[in-house]
Design a protein around this ligand. Structure first.
Ligand SMILES: NC(=O)c1ccc[n+]([C@@H]2O[C@H](COP(=O)([O-])OP(=O)(O)OC[C@H]3O[C@@H](n4cnc5c(N)ncnc54)[C@H](O)[C@@H]3O)[C@@H](O)[C@H]2O)c1
Length: 315
């Protein structure tokens, strides 16, 4: 039997990578819905799936889900730009659309796996634990926390599983369209390629949990098999600082880099994120397999070869 999987936001970085991985599986048919407000068709050139231009807010899509058209939903569509300040728009696209899709998925018993975020934690002490201190520092993080809160209310009455994946800082091939919101790996690499000094907020010591795209793909595939509902962190479980990215770039590009450190203009900046992934391993049976060194080595090699599409489409 063919499994029909809906990926919202499938022209985006993570959605396109999920699509590229899933179309390789026998018996899986992928349908992508993206409004192309931010994603890029170029991510899908080598991904053989059905692509539809449409919004996650469209009631026709919700009705289709309620009819049981799909066996599972990987919901990635969202305003992913954490600097957008329009509260109403952020909640309408990220939270309201998710609520409508979740309600529809409950009617048909369709498994719902959705992208939450480490932004739900805000600038709280690490390690970040689901159910621990969750104090988002911007409307983006609040929209994601609101999604999780709604999901919890459906756990007991949903016939299938509802799984929220709180991605930490994801990097890897397929994010070129994101520009200034792409990972620091890509932004710093591009600055060096343009002959500029790589720029970091003073003094590059802020710590982040960076997670490679291949680990994000494997977490989603594990969520497709998970036995029950839950919200879990998808991070490496280790915090690394921005200066570590520079050190890895120096090794991979075989040159010394002169960093331009400048003042951080943001007052809502997360200074230290680090995922507690014990609950993720328990629910999904998942563990990250890619260290920062290994993930960056593959990513920079792909960039050097001019590959900007999802990692699974690289030959
Ligand atoms: N990349 C990260 O580090 C990261 C971290 C935490 C959470 N997330 C979440 O993961 C998901 C995917 O992120 P990404 O990095 O691939 O971002 P992305 O911006 O590349 O992908 C999001 C996609 O959603 C689409 N979209 C936006 N509004 C839509 C709408 N109304 N209807 C249909 N499609 C719409 C965009 O066109 C884009 O293709 C998002 O929900 C994001 O909030 C990402």
């Amino acid at each position: 039997m063919t499994e029909r999987i809906l990926i919202t936001g499938g022209a985006g970085f993570i959605g396109a990578n999920l699509a590229a991985a899933l179309v390789k599986k026998p018996g899986v048919d992928v349908v992508i819905v993206d409004d192309f407000s931010f994603g890029d068709w170029k991510n899908l050139v080598h991904v053989d799936c059905e692509v539809r231009a449409g919004s996650i807010t469209d009631p026709a899509l919700h009705q289709e889900i309620a009819r049981g058209t799909y066996s599972a939903i990987l919901h990635q569509g969202a305003i992913s730009d954490t600097t957008v300040l329009d509260q109403r728009r952020m909640l309408e696209i990220n939270t309201n659309a998710f609520t409508a899709m979740l309600e529809a998925s409950c009617k048909s018993g369709t498994r719902m796996i959705y992208a939450s975020s480490a932004a739900t934690y805000g600038n709280t002490p690490a390690p970040n634990r689901v159910g621990g201190i969750e104090e988002p520092a911007n409307i983006y993080g609040f929209s994601k926390l609101s999604m999780d809160r709604i999901a919890y209310r459906w756990h007991d009455r949903h016939p299938s599983s509802v799984i929220g994946l709180r991605y930490f800082n994801v990097y890897g091939s397929g994010e070129t369209h994101k520009g200034t919101t792409a990972s620091m790996m890509l932004q710093l690499y591009n600055q060096v390629q343009d002959g500029k000094r790589p720029r970091l907020f003073k003094h590059g010591e802020q710590q982040r949990d960076f997670i490679y795209i291949r680990d994000v793909i494997s977490a989603n595939l594990a969520a497709l098999e998970a036995p029950r509902s839950g919200v879990c962190n998808v991070g490496s479980g280790t915090a690394r600082c921005f200066n570590d990215i520079i050190l890895n770039l120096e090794t991979l590009l075989n040159r010394k880099l002169d960093v331009d450190y400048f003042d951080n203009p943001y007052d809502f900046y997360q200074n230290h994120t680090e995922a507690d992934i014990s609950g993720t391993t328990e629910l999904l049976g998942w563990k990250p397999a890619w260290t920062l060194e290994k993930g960056m080595a593959e990513y920079i090699e792909l960039l050097e070869a001019g590959h900007h599409e999802p990692v699974e489409t690289a030959t």
